[in-house]
Design a binder for this molecule. Structure first.
Ligand code: KE4
Length: 426
């Protein structure tokens, strides 16, 4: 038994499923999770000393690479001054100003400690601002685990086959209307009927929690249009796409301006940070300014702010996102070619520093139904072969992969060499 298995046995005695977040438990892909205890650049080292090229990146935050020396040094300096003061600190304002500079649709922002807190709070703000209860989301999109949003959710919920969680009161779920991602006609028809009752649409501008499904032409523009027509708040959940697909996030990549944006992952640089923000007239309802209460003991924690700010500064280097996109393209085009050579039905897509793939002949995959028709047995075989060869992918077909500035061309060529072997195993 390797050390990971020993540690997993111990973990299962005290942590539900042996994990602190379900997708890490490997229930979908079989086998046991690997325990890691060191990271550097594009690599993770497990507790048995084995090295992996990593495409999980702590689920997105590690865009500049694991343990970036500049980020680590700045955190070490900040830690020496104190871990937190329970009072305002200057760096909270500095990080807020930096985010607003990069995402001008955000005029005011509130820091929180997770993406779930960000989306939960944004929904409450939209309801408080409009005085309406209904919200619209899309099947297969995941916005964290707050009650109103655990309805036909993606990511870990979909991975475990529980897109509608137990424990969510039916009376609350009734206010959440779930539509089909990329179905503009359905959105238009729904809003013609009930648009004036909808507080918010919340959407992943690029769906990254059912695998990667980009928005169809005109889809985001349709959401913008119906929200304008009915006074509905358009929330772009950019927890994953923010500062990942472009310096200004998906909203700059596609040129559609939301009323509110939720953020996480990259803006924490690996530390617990989320944020929600948007138009000043909407954010003015947030306590202590207005009547929508929202709070957090560690919101704006100075160490977390330091990690986030250091990361945001690094991603503004000239050509950063161009190089990231080139690496994503090198990986996905290489995978596509090797799958073709192995006669494997395979569809892959990338946007900026994120990528996804499905074992399906549908090309491109444009919606949830096609995602659910993909071959997950082949995904499992591929995943486990890659892991065995030292390539760390997300342990679920309903996730995306993440490339960092630290991934070298050699890392990607090595990944493709391993993929050739993994495809042959199918
Ligand atoms: P957190 O509460 O996990 O920080 O963020 C929730 C969230 C909100 N919105 C989007 C678009 C997200 O992708 C997430 C979280 N992403 C997953 C990975 N797909 C987190 C991994 C996990 O659940 O362990």
């Amino acid at each position: 038994m390797n050390r990971s298995d020993t540690l997993f046995t111990a973990a299962k005695k005290v942590l539900p499923g042996g994990v602190n977040s379900p997708v890490r438990a490997f229930q979908r892909v079989g086998g046991h999770p690997i325990f890691f205890n060191k990271s550097s650049g594009s690599h993770l080292i497990d507790v048995d000393g084995k090295s992996y090229i990593d495409y999980v990146g702590s689920w997105g935050p590690m865009i500049v690479g694991h343990s970036h020396p500049t980020v680590i040094k700045k955190i070490q300096t900040a830690v020496g001054e104190g871990l937190g003061f329970g009072a305002p600190t200057e760096i909270e304002t500095i990080l807020a100003e930096e985010v607003i500079k990069l995402m001008p649709s955000i005029e005011m922002i509130r820091m929180v400690s997770s993406g779930t807190e960000a989306t939960m709070s944004a929904i409450r703000v939209a309801r408080g601002y409009t005085g309406r209860d209904k919200i619209v989301k899309f099947e297969g999109c995941y916005h964290g685990h707050s009650d109103s949003l655990l309805v036909k959710a993606g990511s870990g919920a979909l991975t475990l086959g529980e897109p509608d969680s137990l424990g969510v009161p039916a009376s609350l779920a009734a206010h959440t209307i779930t539509l089909d991602y990329n179905n503009s006609a359905q959105v238009t028809e729904t809003f013609a009927r009930i648009g004036d009752d909808v507080a918010a649409i919340i959407v992943e501008p690029i769906a990254g929690n059912m695998g990667l499904v980009p928005p169809a032409d005109g889809f985001l523009q349709t959401l913008r249009k119906v929200c304008d027509q009915h006074g509905t708040v358009l929330i772009f959940d950019e927890v994953m796409t923010g500062f990942r697909v472009a310096l200004g996030g998906a909203q700059s990549h596609y040129g559609v301006k939301p009323d509110m944006t939720t953020l996480g992952k990259v803006i924490g640089g690996g530390m617990p940070v989320g944020a929600f923000g948007g138009r000043a007239d909407i954010m003015n309802v947030v306590a202590p300014l207005g009547g929508v209460y929202q709070a957090g003991t560690l919101s704006g924690n100075p160490i977390a702010m330091t990690a986030g700010l250091a990361t945001l500064e690094l991603i503004q280097a000239p050509g950063f996102f161009e190089r990231l996109a080139e690496k994503s393209e090198q990986l996905t085009s290489g995978l596509r070619m090797r799958a073709e050579q192995a006669n494997v039905s395979f569809s892959t897509h990338c946007v900026g520093g994120m990528f996804g793939f499905f074992f399906t002949s549908a090309n491109p995959v444009t919606g949830f139904a096609q995602v659910m028709n993909a071959n997950t047995d082949q995904f499992n075989t591929f995943f486990n072969s890659m892991l065995q060869q030292g390539i760390n992918l997300a342990p679920s077909p309903f996730e995306s992969g993440f490339i960092s500035a630290a991934h070298s061309s050699e890392d990607i060529e090595e990944t493709l060499r391993c993929a050739e072997i993994a495809f042959a195993a199918l």
